[in-house]
Design a protein around this ligand. Structure first.
Ligand code: UDP
Ligand code: MN
Length: 593
């Protein structure tokens, strides 16, 4: 399995310098090009004078540090066997195909697999071993868990709540609030209430009288919450072993600190529970896609300690109720989905708080295969949300966003006076401060204007006079040498490549990269989604020796001209099979590679 290879590979390069990180994040919703219409659907219900932000505040006496593990429960869980137990994968059989397809369409994941798994299934404890002996303060704040849902599948919704209740110290969970964002599925109405009453009495449902979108749904939940800390989860999550104390301790120490768990992957097809990586700092590019920045040397030295992160991924985080409302909650003008993770992260940092990721707290999340929801008729809501956030918080940096997406400038963002007044009243710092002090390496890694490429065009092997040809293959595929298209027009090949400023090689116009995941001789080169983090996708071209060097493995690109195979091998300048002619290159830039 690819991700297992990645984990091995990560181990292999763990000692290497700064750039050895990988990003495997599924984009959140795919942006649509739907046209804007003027049904902007403003509501003004938050914040509200009825919210007592000081009630049940974080205690100041934290007591001594204790071991919070529930060993009896952990031992019982470790003995469980059955479909999906221990976070294993579940296969659905061929004769269930039509049911499976229907549920896929409704959910964007294989909900049939979910139905085969116990609602209280066990998951693998994949925490860093150092987490298993860590102690946390004995007086931690009480929690309201808030889970917005719109037409969530019943079993994944219930599993979310069940995992929270089973894997948390009972006295810390004050309540779980499921916020029904105007779902239409029958199973989410009276029968949900009845199920909760019978099986999960700490869980209640707050229902929105009309479709609000996830941001206002979270606000509805937050408004109803009474715990000292608000924890937001998506409705298809599973909390892992002892997830709560590490998330709460930084907040108990300073109520202006917000925390995020590591987000693991629950596979959308099989429900296998696995890690996505071992941590990275959150960031964004100038199209406002969520991106990642490498951990800092001090973070790497303390793999079980919280580390600062510029922005949260979005759906899974904890914040004290007091600080959340001091920040005005979310901008209630944000519609449906998107942008709220930036709004809250910028506010947290710019208005006197801090945001950390806590490696010992892990929560699984189903990254959907596709978004199943229809547009609720409010036009380009993502663009509108981004414009609101950019206008209020990003100062002169908003221009970088507009350069990438000029049409945002023409979207009517609605009334921003309340957000601007909040920024003014809280005397929040500038976006420049955020970019300089918090996301200080983002400009370099995700520059608003892409630097020039190192080399481009065909890559011809000197030995065989053949060209690398990826033939429009996709992720995980190998590729070979073929007769060069220039010498043989119309052979259906893909032979135009770019050695980009990220130092990776990709077929022109595509985001898959030449990827090598072992340092063994003759390891084949495959295509894999570009992670922009160099590491195992970094290449160095020398136009004198004509070598294509792969620094992480210390190997060179080589080939078998008879079998037409491409792989990495011990570097040997004398071998013609290791000499490559890049059709065009920028000599000055190559010298800096
Ligand atoms: N959600 C909602 N209303 C909406 C869209 C989403 O309540 O209009 C809920 C959804 O059920 C989920 C959370 O908000 O619990 C985040 O949405 P989703 O999982 O689709 O986002 P993603 O994880 O793909 O970013
Ligand atoms: Mn989700």
């Amino acid at each position: 399995m690819r991700r297992r290879r990645i984990v091995q590979w990560l181990r292999y390069i763990a000692g290497a310098a700064c750039c050895t990180y990988f990003v495997f994040l599924t984009a959140r919703y795919i942006q649509t090009n739907r046209s804007q219409d003027d049904n902007s659907n403003e509501i003004h219900i938050f914040p509200d004078a009825s919210v007592d932000i000081n009630a049940d505040h974080v205690s100041t006496d934290l007591g001594k540090k204790i071991d919070w593990h529930n060993y009896q429960f952990m031992s019982d869980e470790s003995r469980r066997r059955g479909p999906g137990e221990q976070g294993s994968s579940v296969m659905t059989s061929g004769d269930e195909a039509s049911k499976k397809d229907q549920l896929y369409k409704e959910n964007g994941f294989n909900a049939l697999a979910s139905d085969k798994i116990a609602l209280d299934r066990s998951v693998k404890d994949i925490r860093h071993t150092g987490c298993k002996t860590k102690l946390y303060y004995e007086h931690l704040p009480s929690v309201s868990v808030i889970v917005p849902f719109h037409n969530e599948h019943f079993s994944t919704l219930i599993r979310t709540a069940t995992s929270v209740l089973n894997r948390s110290p009972e006295h810390l969970i004050k309540e779980i609030i499921l916020v029904d964002d105007f779902s239409s599925k029958e199973a989410l109405k009276d029968s949900l209430d009845a199920y909760l009453q019978e099986h999960l009495p700490k869980v209640r449902v707050v229902r929105a009288p009309k479709r609000e979108g996830l941001i206002r749904a979270r606000l509805l939940g937050a408004k109803a919450a009474t715990g000292a800390v608000l924890i937001f989860l998506d409705s298809h999550s599973e909390a892992n072993t002892n997830w709560l104390p590490p998330l709460l301790e930084p907040i108990a120490e300073d109520y202006r600190t917000a925390t995020c768990p590591f987000i693991d992957i629950i596979d959308y097809e099989t429900f296998e529970y696995r890690a996505q990586d071992e941590g990275a700092r959150g960031a964004f590019d100038w199209e406002l896609y969520y991106k990642r920045l490498p951990l800092l040397p001090e973070d790497l030295k303390n793999p079980t300690e919280p580390f600062k992160s510029p922005v949260m991924a979005g759906g899974l985080f904890a914040i004290s109720r007091k600080f959340f409302w001091e920040l005005g909650g979310y901008d209630e003008g944000l519609d449906v989905w998107g942008g709220e993770q930036y709004e809250l992260s910028f506010k947290i940092w710019q208005c006197g708080g801090k945001l950390v990721d806590t490696p010992c707290s892990r929560v699984g999340h189903i990254y959907r295969k596709f978004a199943p929801f229809s547009n609720p008729g409010v036009g380009d809501f993502v663009g509108r949300n981004y414009r609101r956030v950019a206008e209020v918080w990003m100062d002169e940096y908003a221009e970088f966003v507009y350069k990438k997406r000029p049409h945002y400038k023409h979207i009517d963002a609605g009334d921003l006076s309340k957000q601007r007044a909040l920024r003014e009243n809280l005397k929040c710092k500038s976006f420049k401060w955020f970019m300089t002090e918090v996301a200080f390496d983002q400009m370099e890694r995700y520059p608003p204007i892409e630097p020039p490429d190192f080399a481009w065009g065909e890559i011809r092997n000197v030995g065989g006079n053949l060209c690398i040809d990826t033939r429009f293959k996709s992720q995980n595929d190998r590729f070979n040498l073929e007769p060069c298209i220039k010498d043989n027009a119309d052979n259906g090949g893909e032979q135009s490549f770019v050695l980009t400023w990220h130092k990776d090689i990709r077929p022109r116009g595509r985001a898959v990269c030449f990827d090598v995941s072992s340092s063994d001789n003759k390891t084949p080169v495959i295509l894999y989604n570009c992670h922009n983090m160099q590491g195992n996708q970094q290449w160095k071209y020398n136009s004198d020796t004509k070598s294509l060097f792969h620094p992480v493995s210390s190997k060179c690109l080589d080939c078998d001209t008879e079998r037409k195979e491409i792989f990495v091998n011990e570097c040997d300048r004398s071998k013609l099979s290791q000499q490559w002619l890049f059709e065009n290159y920028n000599v000055t830039l190559l010298l800096k590679l």
